[in-house]
Design a protein around this ligand. Structure first.
Ligand code: CA
Ligand code: CA
Length: 149
């Protein structure tokens, strides 16, 4: 019996689609979006995702506008964590809508759509509050990160 591993959750092409979606979103906003996949966790998902957020250095963006989309693929546990600059502005309901989108796609097996559409949705919201600045840099990698092994 093989257990689904985070690395096998998406094909190489699908990973590239997700990175491209992050790049496209960040072309319109100074906000930084990351996607992190893990195999399995024991901890409570929000606590764990908050830990990963720190570990990835996501709290060090200039405008405190990083967003982490976190998924443990075995447990199907998801969380979306956003930094202080965003939390001041975006209502909690919005994050529930993002989670609902992720859940409905994942339940139907649409893995890449789940992630690309969640990235798109977050990107559009960030654009309202954090438009792209002339001196913008890519503060956090657009590549999916992996952990949990
Ligand atoms: Ca940026
Ligand atoms: Ca980035």
């Amino acid at each position: 019996m093989s257990v689904l591993a985070a690395e096998d959750f998406l094909s190489k092409e699908e990973r590239q689609q997700v990175s491209a979606a992050i790049g496209a979103a960040e072309y319109r906003t100074s906000g930084e979006i990351r996607v992190h996949l893990e195999d399995h966790i024991e901890d409570e998902v929000m606590d764990h995702a908050a830990f990963i957020f720190e570990e990835l250095g996501m709290h060090r963006t200039r405008d405190r506008n990083g967003v982490l989309i976190y998924l443990s693929v075995v447990d199907r546990k998801i969380a979306v964590i956003s930094d202080a600059g965003i939390n001041e502005r975006v209502p909690d309901d919005f994050w529930n809508d993002v989670l609902a989108l992720l859940k409905s796609h994942l339940a139907a097996g649409r893995r890449v759509e789940a992630l690309t559409e969640a990235v798109q949705m977050v990107g559009e919201k960030l654009r309202d509050f954090f438009p792209l600045k002339r001196d913008d840099t890519d503060e956090l990698s657009n590549e999916i990160s992996f952990g949990g092994r």
